[in-house]
Design a protein around this ligand. Structure first.
Ligand SMILES: Nc1nc2c(ncn2[C@@H]2O[C@H](COP(=O)(O)OP(=O)(O)OP(=O)(O)O)[C@@H](O)[C@H]2O)c(=O)[nH]1
Ligand SMILES: [Zn+2]
Length: 296
């Protein structure tokens, strides 16, 4: 019996990267279908005679893209074309944190900004660094490849980000031998075309990295309105002083998070996004309506 990780899945075949760095094409046995388990990219598996025998328990499983055991995600967010959006960035951070995937932030296309605009964006993003997120720009990565690589060694990293953000371009730079297809931004819609379809893990810097199909919208998969405050690190810090332990920082009295927003210790924009996400969760899942409007 051999062990390895599925790095690609194509019409019923699973390519497994073994611990000694060989790639073996395998197939799933019928018993997986009976048990309603589908092997996915990222799965640790045991196999024998080119047949998968066992799928190891998953640490996590993303639905869109379908991939398992992800350690971290590199959120590629464009500074322009498409326009930079803090709301979109916060959405990615929340959806990833909710799935126990550590987000890293990578801002693309800063070369298209004026020096002043690039500097201003960098300053705005310092707040994210302050609360524990690593922030890179594609220009910085090109200047100092080594310190970026260090963050990927030994880890399974997915690239996430809206279509046209520059994920394939970045991956092509990191792994030039891949020669992935990238698309020109379609000017009429000012949106990238969907060029990345299947999910594949590529060996990179002693780890694995996956380009993923562009997210055009982010579903609130696995996000619970009661848990939402946990995915805003600064809310966790200030929330310890809220009068009520279950404070959702909405209408409760004695809310230390709202106080921190008033004192500008928490960015008003982050709090506005939080309130918007709570409202969206309420609409999507009426089951949480009661809890999220509860006072005190
Ligand atoms: N100037 C500049 N252009 C970039 C940069 N990154 C990406 N682009 C351009 O942006 C367009 C879209 O890039 P892609 O890499 O295809 O975007 P993607 O995120 O992989 O898109 P999907 O595959 O649709 O998810 C291409 O025309 C790239 O050349 C960058 O850092 N600077
Ligand atoms: Zn509160």
């Amino acid at each position: 019996m051999q062990t390895g990780k599925i790095i690609q899945s194509l019409s019923g075949f699973y390519d497994v990267l073994t611990t000694d760095q060989k790639i073996i094409r395998t197939r799933a046995r019928g018993n997986f279908r009976k048990q309603k388990i589908k092997p996915v990219v990222g799965d640790w598996v045991d196999f024998e005679d080119d047949y998968l025998r066992k799928i190891h328990p998953r640490t996590n499983e993303l639905v869109r893209p379908l991939i398992a055991n992800v350690d971290q995600a590199l959120v590629v967010i464009s500074s322009t074309q498409p326009e930079f959006s803090f709301n979109l960035l916060d959405r990615f951070l929340v959806v990833l944190e909710a799935q126990k995937v550590r987000p890293l932030i990578c801002v693309s296309k800063t070369d298209l900004l004026s020096t002043t605009a690039a500097e201003n964006l960098k300053i705005e993003l310092q707040d994210y660094q302050k609360w524990g997120y690593l922030v890179f720009s594609t220009s910085e990565i090109r200047k100092d490849h080594a310190s970026f690589q260090k963050r990927l060694t030994g880890r399974e990293t997915v690239l996430a980000g809206q279509t046209g953000a520059g994920k394939s371009t970045l991956l092509n730079y990191l792994c030039p031998e891949l020669n992935l297809e990238t698309a020109e931004i379609s000017t009429s819609l000012n949106r990238g075309k969907h060029t990345t379809r299947k999910v594949t893990l590529y060996p990179y810097a002693g780890g694995l990295i996956a380009d993923t199909p562009g997210f055009s919208s982010l579903a609130w998969q696995q996000v619970d309105s009661v848990k939402l405050p946990q995915f805003f690190p600064e809310f966790v810090t200030y929330g310890k002083d809220c009068k009520y332990r279950s404070c959702l920082h909405l209408n409760e009295p004695g809310c230390a998070v709202k106080e921190a927003v008033a004192q500008e210790q928490i960015k008003a924009r982050r709090y506005q996004n939080y309130c918007q996400f709570q409202a969206e969760l309420k609409e999507e899942r009426p089951i949480y309506q009661k809890k999220s409007t509860k006072r005190g």
